[in-house]
Design a protein around this ligand. Structure first.
Ligand SMILES: Cc1cc2nc3c(=O)[nH]c(=O)nc-3n(C[C@H](O)[C@H](O)[C@H](O)COP(=O)(O)O)c2cc1C
Length: 216
């Protein structure tokens, strides 16, 4: 069944759950984010740590979802394959944007900044906490490359699994680790009635965070 234009145009929702004011925003964007993140957890938002990661590929945008796994240098950390398309894009052009959507709370958070690899020690530490199957998956998958078949991947997985019997630690592959987005801009968006949403932006000026309201 095809979608009608009318059907799409009539998808309208009035946002009315909350409000956001300059005075009530925390002094730093990280603490504001932590506050909202706790509320997303409390509201049992599905996958609250999933965000859209936008990167630059030869001057053009490229975006996909990854998972927020903690903070370093006041910015969000995520883990990936360094040789993947996104890994290569971030190595060539180390700038990114992160977009979180917490729809049940009618909230969006945007973060922009420069990107760095986290230390190998921190990547090792996190890799060691991952379920064994995910560790083997990370080692087995040449993320982003064309594969001949599903069987090919499963064979590689079984091969690696066989190399490390249960109880033997699986080393972190060199091509897998964390990135941090060191932010210079954050924006907190709260949906409001009549599309007059609240948008509070934090930007760095002289080492201090400036809070400003943006038109919706
Ligand atoms: C909910 C969700 C969470 C994901 N988390 C990650 C992640 O943390 N790291 C990652 O590399 N890919 C993650 N992915 C897969 C990416 O969206 C993407 O398919 C993959 O990283 C390849 O991206 P690339 O080809 O642009 O490098 C996730 C996908 C979804 C839908």
């Amino acid at each position: 069944m095809s979608l009608s234009r009318e059907e799409l145009q009539n998808l309208r929702k009035s946002y009315k759950l909350g409000a956001l004011s300059e005075q009530h925003c925390a002094p730093t964007p990280k603490s504001q984010f932590e506050f909202w993140f706790q509320e997303a957890l409390k509201a049992e938002v599905d996958e609250p740590n999933a965000f859209t990661l936008s990167t630059i590929k030869a001057g053009r945008p490229s975006a996909r979802i990854v998972l927020f796994k903690g903070f370093e240098q006041e910015g969000p950390v995520f883990y990936s394959n360094y040789d993947s398309p996104k890994g290569q894009q971030l190595t060539t052009t180390p700038f990114a944007a992160a977009t979180f959507l917490w729809l049940p709370l009618e909230r969006q958070v945007r973060i922009e900044g420069t990107v760095q690899r986290i230390s190998t020690a921190l990547s090792d530490e996190y890799f060691a906490t991952r379920p064994r199957g995910s560790q083997i998956g990370a080692a087995a998958s040449p993320q982003g490359q064309v594969v001949g078949s599903r069987e090919e991947l499963e064979k590689k997985f079984a091969e690696i699994e066989g190399r490390y019997p249960e109880g033997t630690p699986i080393p972190r592959p060199d091509h897998w680790g964390g990135f941090v987005i060191v932010p210079n801009v954050w924006e907190f968006w709260q949906g409001r009635r009549n599309r007059l949403h609240d948008r509070i932006r934090y930007r760095i000026e002289g080492g201090a965070w400036i809070k400003e309201r943006l038109a919706p």
